[in-house]
Design a protein around this ligand. Structure first.
Ligand code: ADP
Ligand code: MG
Length: 575
């Protein structure tokens, strides 16, 4: 019997996470402000000698830089002393504070003491670094049941996931794990041989990660400040400013992972000549992607290196596992999709999957029965039809633009930006498709509806947000940027039905409007033939605006117009 908690820990460079097995399923443990992700930062309060870990330590970083340490993982296995104020510690000791904090919090949450853990390390960690990690565990009063490689933990987790359409992927024994964290990038290729997972290749860059993305944004903010306030803060060592800008940069970056642009509006980030310096700007995802493109490219180079080292081609790879917070960057997924020519997404939170995998490993070691991990993912990519490209044969705009990728864990919320085609465009027909082809014709249409635009020059941006919930409903929100023009529509993906009470009422109004317009036409038309033509043109106009998914209201309009025609013809006959 194993009464003891089954625990796995991802002791990361930037963030750490603890997971526990509950009823055969690994679960991340929420620690700070509802988040399971704990910053791997340690600080010491000189006055009391108290050791502070996690978010609180992060908050102290700006004020007490000499009492606070981050990225201690980089020093693991080295004979060195890190000073927090007056007090010196070994890297193992610092790491033990993080471990102690995690298990104490975890133990409090479940009301039981956590004593045994599985801890993960990067695949490239040497013996000294692994031993230092075990030592850190011991210093925290823990028994380290096993040290496992991070990519192995992540792949182990995915193996236990119930995933219907992993069919062809599962046929290949090769897994590629792409791990882009805060300060490090690792790519590993594993081969599954029954129970054993062998690391065939492990490449990376220990100085490349989300921190570099932040730095690009900080440099951009500083350029903006220089232009606006005529003062260059780039090398004046203003630590408080840098810390503040870093926090803004990280928030901006995270926003841009889900939204097409970010609005930055921060007051008094610093002062110049006694005046507060404000940051007030908007940044599109495209502009941000240009800033980080070369960094993402460096990771692609490493992926190719790893493939070469493993003597494999892209096509040989079965599953591609995305790990690390920075792998949420859409550009990362896009570049990998180009390279591997398939959709690449994560169905498990990339910041949590290493800890969850470590927990699964612990469960396997002690022989705890593991249930399949059930996660709800989108079975197909979801998006809209755009006129980005034209089908040369038919001349139709038939380009499928993905908003939510296939295999994304539900619930999820993603937004993209689209633009009006012509000046003062009155209406766009929003056509929602699901499928994996770039051409809408080969995907399936799950609904369409009109969206009226306010008068604006061509290129007026429309934010299109898809929120996919656990009930299989897609809540679509359209918003013409800069105007008070929002529309919300819900699609039921299981029945391909448009649910929109307001819309239904609106359509009834449109039908009435059309009928009254028909009546006016009738009053002016000299011949019944001309009237019939005009009414049918009216119907075509309406059908073009609404299209598929609205058959019911089109039918109802058609019926009413026919009635109207009969009515008028009868009237004419009476005369
Ligand atoms: P590590 O393994 O190095 O400890 P993590 O896997 O926790 O790091 O990744 C941390 C990095 O991920 C940070 O740079 C953080 O800003 C970044 N990150 C977290 N969430 C997102 C997101 N939604 N989009 C882009 N980057 C993110
Ligand atoms: Mg990590």
């Amino acid at each position: 019997m194993h009464n003891e908690p089954i625990c796995g820990i991802d002791l990361g460079t930037t963030n750490s996470c603890l997971a526990l097995l509950r009823d055969g399923t690994p679960e991340p443990l929420c620690m700070e402000e509802g988040s399971a992700i704990v910053p791997s930062i340690v600080s010491r309060d000189d006055a009391t000698g108290r050791i502070i870990v996690g978010r609180e330590a992060l908050n102290r970083f700006a004020a007490f830089p000499h009492h606070t340490v981050r990225s201690i993982k980089r020093l693991m296995g080295k004979e060195t002393t890190v000073f927090l104020g007056e007090q010196g510690y070994s890297p193992e000791e610092i790491s033990s504070f993080i471990l102690k904090y995690l298990v104490t919090k975890g133990g409090e949450a479940i009301g039981r003491e956590i004593r045994r853990v599985v801890i993960t390390v990067p695949a490239y960690f040497n013996d000294a670094q692994r031993r230092a990690t075990i030592k850190a565990g011991e210093l925290a009063g823990l028994e380290v049941v096993r040290i496992i490689n991070e990519p192995t933990a992540a792949s182990l987790l995915y193996e236990n996931v119930e995933d219907e359409d992993a069919g062809d992927e599962a046929a290949s024994p090769y897994i590629l794990v792409y791990d882009l964290g805060g300060g490090t990038f690792d790519v590993s290729i594993l081969e599954i041989k029954g129970e054993i997972k062998e690391v065939l290749a492990s490449c990376g860059d220990s100085a490349l990660g989300g921190d570099d993305f932040d730095e690009r944004l900080i440099a951009f903010f500083l350029r903006q400040i220089r232009e606006q306030y005529g003062h260059d803060f780039s090398d004046d060592g203003d630590r408080a400013l840098h810390t503040r800008l870093k926090a803004i940069a990280e928030q901006t970056k995270i926003t841009l992972s889900d939204a097409p642009f970010a609005r930055i509006s921060e007051v008094a980030v610093t002062v110049v000549n006694g005046e507060p310096v404000n940051l007030d700007l908007e940044l599109t995802r495209k502009e941000y992607e240009e800033m980080i493109a070369d960094l993402v490219e460096q990771t692609v180079v490493k992926v190719n290196e790893a493939l070469k080292e493993a003597h494999l081609e892209c096509d040989d790879i079965g599953r591609i596992v995305l790990v690390g917070g920075s792998s949420r960057t859409p550009l990362v997924q896009e570049r990998l999709e180009q390279l591997f020519e398939r959709t690449v997404s994560f169905s498990i939170d990339p910041d949590l999957c290493v800890a969850l995998g470590a927990c699964v490993q612990h469960g396997l070691i002690v022989g705890e029965p593991l249930g399949h991990i059930l996660i709800d993912v989108t079975a197909h990519s979801l998006g809209v039809k755009t006129s980005d490209s034209f089908d040369p044969e038919s001349g139709d705009a038939d380009f499928f633009s993905t908003i939510i990728r296939r295999n994304t864990a539900i619930p999820t919320r993603k937004a993209e930006l689209y633009y009006s085609n012509v000046d003062n465009q009155k209406m766009v027909k929003v056509e929602v498709f699901q499928g994996e082809s770039e051409s809408c014709k080969e995907n399936s249409c799950i609904g369409s509806f009109p969206y009226s635009l306010k008068p604006a020059p061509a290129g007026s941006p429309v934010i299109t947000e898809f929120a996919y919930d656990k009930e299989g409903l897609i809540h679509i929100t359209l918003e013409q940027k800069g105007f008070d023009n929002r529309k919300e529509v819900t699609l039921d993906i299981r029945s391909n039905r448009l649910i929109d009470p307001e819309e239904a009422a609106g359509e009834e109004k449109i039908v009435n409007y059309m009928v009254s317009k028909g009546r006016k036409l009738a009053a002016r038309s000299d011949t019944p033939q001309k009237l019939r033509d005009e009414l049918s043109a009216l119907l075509d106009e309406y059908v073009a605006a609404l299209g598929e998914g609205n058959e019911a209201s089109i039918d109802s309009l058609e019926e009413r117009l026919l009635e109207l025609m009969d009515e008028i013809e009868e009237g004419a006959g009476d005369e």
